[in-house]
Ligand binder design. Structure first.
Ligand SMILES: [Mn+2]
Length: 354
């Protein structure tokens, strides 16, 4: 009798539990289209998705320290772990890829459930001006993320490694080690001023070699540069209110006054350049970007599947050519929306899908 009454009394509890489970699963399922990024409620819990990394060593530089502080505030707001290299561990520029290799290996040495998935590298000459922007939106959605290992930007010089996202994955170790080794196995090549960046750019451009013989090109995606790597020029900032950050490449001695002005602004009136994420271009822009990339990937898969089944070479060649052209844009200039859409149309019309 006693047992029965207890069971009976517990029934409402069971119903409540089942209901909350249902609501939770609905919330999880419906949230998959656009995950609701929320600032970290508990500063002790870190994001498993992304951590930030940079370096600063040598002669004390208050401006770089303050710039890193701006990233630190952003990291605390969203629960991103921060890694800052404080010792000179290599030669000049090579500190950066050396440190990144060590961070990727340290993450991979952890049990999978404790690893972070991505590292965001930022140069110490960059300042967060809108801390309301979460980093997750720049990363590939889970359904297409397994082949993406480097999310970067390019400018008139090609790859710019001032701000980059690296996948915690063996691919990244290979890529960074091959870049680090570049001056050793190609001492004949002058890598110029930004040697590490040039080495990475050259490794990325290779058409063979790499971990599975198909080089590294497939692993890279280029975002519109001004999203995550917005430059300050001599005359002005190229961005607008709501943009994530300001980066100060190539300003020579003018860099200090530009940095100092920006730091004063973000420290004294932090809201002057901040905009709620929902009001920024990122809100729809990043979703549209990855949706397009996903669509391109699907078109390539469909085409490859189809021409692999064709018995004759007739009809194969135009499909292969269209796939090749689309892939080239996906690998080297996904930030060129018009071109990507055009190449996608070209392929679809060869496939008669449009
Ligand atoms: Mn820089």
């Amino acid at each position: 009798m006693f047992v029965m009454r207890q069971t009976y009394q517990r029934r409402p509890l069971v119903v409540i539990l089942l209901c909350s489970l249902l609501i939770c699963s609905l919330w999880v399922v419906s949230g998959q289209d656009r995950p609701a990024w929320r600032p970290a409620a508990d500063p002790q819990t870190y994001s498993r998705r992304v951590a930030k990394a940079t370096m600063l060593y040598g002669k004390p530089n208050p401006l770089y320290e303050r710039a890193i502080d701006s990233h630190d505030r952003h990291a605390k707001r969203w629960g991103y772990r921060m890694h800052v290299l404080r010792q000179d561990i290599s030669v000049g520029f090579w500190n950066k890829p050396s440190y990144l290799v060590s961070l990727v290996i340290q993450e991979l040495a952890k049990p999978p459930s404790e690893r972070v998935e991505w590292l965001m590298w930022f140069d110490a000459d960059s300042i967060i001006i809108n801390g309301a922007v979460p980093l997750e939106v720049f990363l590939p959605p889970y359904d297409i993320s397994e082949d993406v290992h480097l999310v970067a930007t390019r400018d008139h010089n090609g790859l710019n490694t001032g701000i980059i996202f690296l996948h915690v994955h063996p691919w990244t170790i290979n890529f960074l080690i091959e870049s680090l080794g570049y001056p050793l196995y190609r001492p004949d090549i002058d890598l110029g001023r930004s040697a590490d960046q040039e080495a990475m750019a050259r490794v990325l451009k290779k058409s063979d070699g790499g971990p599975n013989g198909t080089a590294y090109r497939d692993g890279a995606v280029f975002l519109p540069r001004t999203w995550i790597n917005t430059y300050e020029f001599h005359h002005a900032y190229e961005g607008k209110r709501g943009d994530l950050l300001v980066h100060f490449p190539g300003l020579e001695e003018q860099r200090w006054i530009h940095m100092s002005n920006w730091l004063d602004i973000v420290e004294r009136s932090p809201h002057s350049w901040e905009l709620p994420f929902e009001e920024t271009d990122y809100h729809n822009g990043t979703v549209a970007f990855w949706d397009r990339f996903r669509e391109a990937k699907k078109a390539v898969n469909t085409a490859e599947h189809r021409y692999n089944r064709l018995s004759t070479d007739k009809g194969k060649a135009p499909m292969e050519a269209a796939v090749r052209e689309l892939k080239k844009v996906m690998q080297q200039e996904a930030d060129n929306t018009e071109l990507l859409v055009q190449r996608m149309q070209d392929l679809k019309s060869v496939l008669d899908l449009s």
